[in-house]
Ligand binder design. Structure first.
Ligand code: UD1
Length: 375
């Protein structure tokens, strides 16, 4: 029997660390499955893509669709148009997508319309906030998926409420934590990262806050952005803040003329940093302030207190078992939470079930069981 082709899709930065361990694990069954990696090109900057591929050891994509940025409709439509001929040519037995970005739903939709089974890694997460573009992507991708691989047990309850048959669901664990555990030893030290970016400010281990901010609800709305920039300035009076800035956030801060609100000696603004730098910055931080989904999970795995600048989370286990606190964007609540961490050390948490570095192994075994070995 010759190996069957599995098309694997990545598009945006948070997809790369989820796909890396899956690609590696697929090598162990290369007599059965031949992966064909498609990068949609949703993220294309060197800092947002290339360094991640290099550091995570992801092979060069077999196909780069090069779609780039655009409105949601333009981006999603372009991905669909470019992806369809790939499936016609490659004829895979299934398409595997990860996470909740526009590339996830766009490629998923093309696959199912061609009767190709869709496999969704990180299924069943719900914020129950339909203003988030990712929530729409999650709900729709799960509805059309043939195999839904979940990262926490609550995901299966969310899926069952939406009428998804339990037979399609498999609790496999968290592949992003596979990547974290695989790479922790190679993470860059705080000193190395600060030197690489030529930072003159003095910052020491466990004595700074790490900040990321990019969600449209926080940065596209000028009033909210101005308030958050004000809070960051306040936080920086208590401890220095390291802030790797996403391109969309950079754009919005400049447009709103808010750059001068951040004291240069206390808020260290960096370009988007690579994966190993980010791991190091998270690990050495006193606390993390973020609106990212991934960082909520990574800080739980690292045991670092996380303050989430959103009203909700699709990853509730990071709150119930991990180090995460959801505070929203209210100035007083954020400052109170920061003070709390500085005084008490914050939540210590524990590592959730199946966040053990073996999720990709379970995923690949399940795929082989369902689609390859039919005996
Ligand atoms: C996307 C994902 C989000 C994820 C985030 C991580 C969706 C709906 N959202 O949001 O879930 O958390 O990635 O980064 O898919 N840009 C560049 N260079 C790039 C990529 C983007 O400059 O390589 C700029 C462009 O101005 C672009 C903007 O960033 O318009 C937003 O990029 P886009 O891919 O649309 O969404 P993200 O905010 O990155």
């Amino acid at each position: 029997m010759s190996a069957k082709t599995l098309v694997c899709v990545v598009g945006a930065r948070p997809n790369f660390m989820k796909m890396a361990p899956i690609m590696r694990q697929l090598q162990s069954v290369n007599h059965l499955i031949k992966p064909y990696l498609v990068h949609t090109g949703q993220h294309y900057d060197r800092a947002m893509k290339d360094t991640f591929f290099q550091q995570l050891g992801i092979p060069e994509p077999d196909r780069d669709l090069g779609v780039g940025s655009g409105s949601h409709a333009v981006q999603t439509a372009n991905i669909m148009l470019q992806f369809e001929p790939v499936l016609d040519e490659v004829k895979p037995f299934a398409v595997l997508v990860v996470g909740d970005v526009n590339s996830t739903i766009a490629c998923g939709l093309v696959a199912v319309k061609k009767q190709i089974p869709l496999i969704h890694v990180e299924a069943g997460l719900r914020s129950y906030d339909r203003e988030m573009p990712e929530e729409i992507n999650r709900i729709l991708t799960d509805q059309i998926s043939d195999l839904l691989l979940t990262t926490e047990r609550a995901a299966a309850d969310n899926l069952s409420k939406e009428g998804i048959d339990a037979k399609r669901i498999c609790f496999a664990g968290n592949v992003m934590i596979d990547s974290l555990l695989n790479n922790c030893a190679q993470a860059s030290s705080l000193h190395t990262t600060l030197q690489a970016y030529d930072c003159k400010q003095s910052v020491t281990e466990k004595n700074y806050a790490l900040l990321t901010l990019h969600r449209p609800s926080n940065v596209d709305e000028p009033e909210t952005l101005a308030r958050l920039i004000g809070v960051i300035s306040e936080v920086s009076k208590k401890l220095p803040v390291i802030f790797p800035v996403h391109p969309r956030t950079q754009q919005k801060i400049s447009q709103a003329g808010l750059l001068t609100e951040l004291p240069e000696d206390r808020v260290i603004m960096l370009p988007p940093v690579a994966y190993l730098e980010m791991l190091g910055l998270m690990r050495s931080a006193k606390l993390v302030l973020t609106d990212s989904g991934g960082l909520q999970e990574e800080t739980t795995a690292l045991g670092v207190p996380c303050i989430t600048l959103r009203e909700n989370t699709e990853r509730p286990i990071t709150v119930t078992e991990g180090t995460n606190t959801i505070v929203g964007t209210d100035t007083n609540k954020i400052m109170q939470c920061v003070d709390d961490v500085l005084i008490s050390g914050g939540k210590s948490g524990r590592i959730p079930e199946y966040w053990d570095g073996r999720a990709a192994k379970r995923i690949v075994e399940e795929i082989v069981r369902r689609y390859i070995r039919t005996d």
